[in-house]
Design a protein around this ligand. Structure first.
Ligand SMILES: Nc1ncnc2c1ncn2[C@@H]1O[C@H](COP(=O)(O)OP(=O)(O)OP(=O)(O)O)[C@@H](O)[C@H]1O
Length: 336
């Protein structure tokens, strides 16, 4: 699998991992912008360093229950941290707990204690721990004793590990931008968190990649108006090998996106006029200022479009845009 571009992002995150931990980092971006791919690259490029990555990819699971959370995050072992076998080609770790431990009796305090023990063991060995959780929002609905939210309590632990004790980096990835919005408003995280956007690829970078992949000027000039995500480039290359022209591939994409949108809207219990009001703002602009859409009377329809990955809300920069440029073209084709 080829890895395109993203030097700036990889460099930023590699440097970040080597600085003294001082805040929680939330890596966010439009659906499929390549957040996980970039972080995996960072881990790979730092595999010979003194960093021990505790890495959990929650995308591999349906929304976990409390018991599943224990099994995902902890492994019974004599060691305080053990290789995460699910990620065999990455050389990452998970937290170790005593072999005889009974997860049924595991409390929130035990969770904190065990994570702390593992982190401190890494430090005692003269290495540096970095905790990475991909799709963190999947832990949102886990409660202890019926009331304490695991995620909120974990945020307290993360603030303590980073901002207060400077023991370990905590990096959380998510493509759920409404979740980022919730986090942004969370008082525990105020002045204790940072945000890093992995956005669409830059036009100039896409041009360079297409050139390297032997696309001609005419193909590049056409494609550049429609591409924004790395996997689209891979698909374009594969389709070319399969005999489809650039134009055919892109026309097919936009038709599919348009049909998906029509189907979504036809089946949804939302106010059609309000949806049209929101989508019509993208007729001439790919980006719209958040304040133009986030209004009391449009909020339900706005959330619907974000939850269904039609729109991406970048709360940090106050901007709303379609999740990809091809989605933008599909929106423009709707009769609104
Ligand atoms: N730099 C890249 N070079 C080549 N392919 C890439 C690159 N980045 C991402 N991809 C491909 O794009 C697809 C989506 O990438 P990835 O899963 O990393 O995105 P994501 O932003 O983490 O997704 P999600 O929004 O679902 O969390 C994958 O098939 C991946 O292999």
């Amino acid at each position: 699998m080829k890895f395109y571009n993203r030097e700036k992002e990889v460099r930023y995150l590699k440097t970040y991992c080597q600085l003294e931990p001082n805040s929680i980092l939330f890596v966010y971006g439009p659906k499929s912008s390549g957040k996980s791919t970039v972080i995996r690259r960072v881990i790979k490029e730092l595999e010979d360093s003194d960093i021990v990555f505790f890495y959990y990819n929650l995308r591999k699971y349906a929304t976990p229950t409390k018991e599943e959370f224990f099994k995902i995050f902890f492994e019974r072992s004599d060691k305080k941290y053990v290789p995460n076998k699910l990620e065999f080609n990455l050389g990452v770790f998970k937290f170790g707990v005593e072999k005889e431990l009974n997860f049924k009796e595991f409390s929130l305090n035990d969770v904190f204690a065990k994570i702390n023990e593992s982190i401190n063991e890494v430090i005692k060995e003269g290495k540096r721990p970095v905790l990475i959780i991909d799709e963190l929002q999947k832990l949102k609905n886990i409660y202890f004793n019926g009331e304490k939210s695991l995620l909120n309590e974990l945020f307290n632990l993360f603030v303590s590990l980073t901002k207060m004790e400077h023991l370990s980096h905590v990096i959380c990835l998510t493509s759920d931008t409404l979740f980022i919005e919730e986090i942004y408003q969370n008082s525990t995280l105020e002045n204790a968190s940072e945000y890093y956007l992995i956005d669409w690829l830059e036009k100039e970078d896409i041009k360079k990649i297409l050139k390297e992949e032997n696309f001609n000027e005419k193909e590049i000039d056409y494609a550049i108006n429609y591409l924004s995500l790395p996997y689209e480039i891979t698909e374009l290359i594969n389709n070319k090998k399969l005999g489809l022209t650039v134009e055919e591939t892109i026309k097919k994409w936009i038709n599919i996106e348009k049909d998906k949108l029509l189907y979504l809207l036809a089946n949804a219990n939302v106010d059609e006029d309000k949806i049209n009001t929101i989508l019509s703002k993208f007729k001439n602009n790919v980006k719209v200022e958040a304040k133009e859409i986030i209004k009391k009377d449009l909020i339900n329809e706005f959330k619907f479009l974000v939850n269904n990955e039609v729109l991406f809300y970048d709360i940090i920069n106050g901007i709303i845009k379609p999740t990809s440029i091809k989605k933008w073209h599909a929106i423009k084709k709707l009769k609104i």
